[in-house]
Design a protein around this ligand. Structure first.
Ligand SMILES: Cc1cc2nc3c(=O)[nH]c(=O)nc-3n(C[C@H](O)[C@H](O)[C@H](O)COP(=O)(O)O)c2cc1C
Length: 226
């Protein structure tokens, strides 16, 4: 599978959408092609300097909402006495000092974002020796049914297949957020049309009680028993 950088993805996607819509629909020069997502999105990072296990909570997010999911997980670990680094994947240089890692990504086209998969791949030699948990956020879980649960679980397949040496002890999918104000005009149009067909409205569908509960009851026991 080819892994694209964020810049490559944005450029390719914008060009592809532009081509699909036809030169007549977007006269060259009239609609500037901006990055697909807003530039003022905040990617939360924090440290919690306890003396316990050193845990990395790493995430990829494009519209920003997955960073608060990751922060919730990091806060739970912090309250359990762990020494936690919450990091946006793009700022992580080295994972060799961690005792455990939770890695998550928003979903785009039925997969983690390519750079989240690339991060696991690049760091597999360290990650395969420590307990790892994966999570994702998506909109399939706007409808909570056995079918959508199964679909959301399948979104892990690209990363599981790309890096089989890293075996997460726990994987979990969460409902995410849809915020058109974070997308550029072209992306907003494409997403609006897709979401209309699937009858998914704009909104915040993250369930922070569920996220906290998963962090405390499922992810933390894995991290703390190393
Ligand atoms: C371009 C794009 C493609 C998406 N593709 C999917 C998808 O295939 N399946 C799905 O369930 N959700 C999909 N989503 C929804 C996002 O995964 C969801 O909104 C997520 O919570 C966004 O997280 P973020 O705010 O951290 O970027 C997509 C969102 C965008 C913007």
């Amino acid at each position: 599978m080819q892994i694209m950088t964020r810049r490559q993805f944005i450029v390719n996607y914008s060009l592809a959408v532009g081509a699909m819509m036809g030169a007549g629909a977007i006269p060259f020069g009239l609609v500037p092609i901006k990055p697909a997502f807003a530039e003022d999105i905040k990617f939360i990072e924090s440290n919690c300097d306890n003396r316990g296990k050193k845990i990395l909570v790493a995430y990829e997010s494009y519209c920003g909402s997955t960073s608060e999911v990751a922060q919730t997980i990091a806060d739970v670990f912090c309250n359990q006495g762990a020494n936690v680094d919450l990091r946006h994947i793009e700022t992580i240089k080295d994972v060799s000092s961690y005792d455990g890692a939770v890695i998550g990504s928003a979903v785009k086209s039925a997969s983690w974002y390519p750079n989240a998969i690339a991060f696991v791949k690049e760091n597999q030699n360290d990650l395969k020796h420590i307990p790892v948990a994966y999570f994702l956020t998506c909109l399939a879980l706007y409808y909570d049914t056995p079918e959508t649960q199964e679909l959301a679980k399948s979104y892990f397949n690209p990363v599981l297949n790309a890096v089989p040496q890293v075996k997460p002890k726990e994987i979990q999918s969460f409902a995410g957020m849809l915020d058109y104000s974070k997308m550029n005009m072209i992306f907003r149009m494409v997403m609006k049309s897709k979401m209309k067909k699937q009858r998914i409205p704009e909104g915040d569908f993250r369930d922070f009680n569920k996220i906290e509960s998963w962090a405390e009851k499922s992810a933390w026991p894995i991290m703390s028993t190393v």
